[in-house]
Design a protein around this ligand. Sequence first.
Ligand code: 3HC
Length: 397
Amino acid sequence: MTALTNDQTATGAEEQISATLVNPYLNHAVRMLEAGYATATDIDHAMRFGCGYPKGPLMVIDELGAATVRDALAARFAETGDHLHQPADLLEKAAAEGLTLAGGEAGDHAAPQVRRPVATVGVVGTGTMASGIVQVFAQSGYDVVVVGRAQEKLDAVVTGIARSLERAIAKGRSDEATKQAVLGRITTATGREALAAADLVVEAIAEDLAIKAELFTDLDRICKPGAILATTTSSMPITELATVTGRPQDVIGMHFFNPAPVMKLVEVVTTEHTADHVDETVKALCAKTGKVAVSCGDRSGFIVNALLFPYLNDAVRLAESGVDLTAIDAAIKERAGFPMGPFELLDVVGNDVSLAIQQELHREFGEPGFKPAATLEAKVAAGELGRKTGRGFHTYA
Ligand code: 3HC
């Protein structure tokens, strides 16, 4: 046997970590395609533009070869007996018949059109997502009304956007006049009545169904007829929000990704009530704000979170088994080419948010392998939520 150098051993370990975490994610993407939940193009776009991955999962399988991925999963399944590692039927078929899985670029559909004119956008909320969404619309020329409960929080949204625009100026990507124009399009209000004239309202408040339902009841009372009412929820049933209003045809999901000004994806979620021209208008607005829209049904996790969070949860389990988490982060960036390691990303998203999403996925899909990892639960119980508390899986100054 040839002795391995330290470098070769390190590379082998990285490859193993990457394969352990990435192959089940690839399998899961095939299952999503096979179930008809989303198109191949939308699955690949979702992971590229929502998480910054260099390639979508189906494209990765095509490049590696379906048979190679199938064989790796089959070997793993033989060890674990976990259904999540059992090669998807469609992967077996692709391997046996030499088929490819990825779709083409979306060019075969006519570009969506704005079917309802939108000039003024209302955003409800003052958190990270709300703030990013305000920036996205204001930068794209829309007048934005931000509604929050406290004026200090509204002021902080505007200050945060001003700082972001100043960074862009410092990098030579923008100028003072643009900054003033963007800020000039933003107005703030502590009363919801300010949303009366909005053509589109995007809700980005607490992930709590009762709180969101109360808001939608109020939006139904306040907003003008024909206004589009969008929620950014990542885990609540949108149908339930639609049906508290007298206009369920106007209610839709617009799931943005963190950081919203940078990540190009919006998952557009329709319910059985959503009008086609509302869906089309929202997709056209995404294009006008430089975003890539994908179509999703009203199901927990949509495309991205359903594929991303089980992988993050698996990373926590791998660390629990004794693998150093810094080594896991490094292996994923180095081998899979993802922009952040799983623990870096968990700390950005927040362990509380990640746990809530994983619990929802576990409940919705009933996969035993989706059970939240004990360490994730412990981090949340200890208040170690990630960057926002200064400590999560990593520690921040
Ligand atoms: N707001 C505005 N702009 C930001 C920003 C922020 N919060 N963070 C970074 N940027 C900008 C920078 O200013 C920079 O802009 P420039 O190119 O014009 O100079 C650009 O983004 C790149 O930033 P950096 O060079 O500082 O950093 P990186 O190259 O490391 O990129 C990243 C940062 C784009 C965030 C990259 O690490 C990435 O793609 N990470 C993956 C994030 C991800 O997976 N998000 C999805 C999470 S899941 C989710 O949101 C769903 C929810 O339901 C939980």
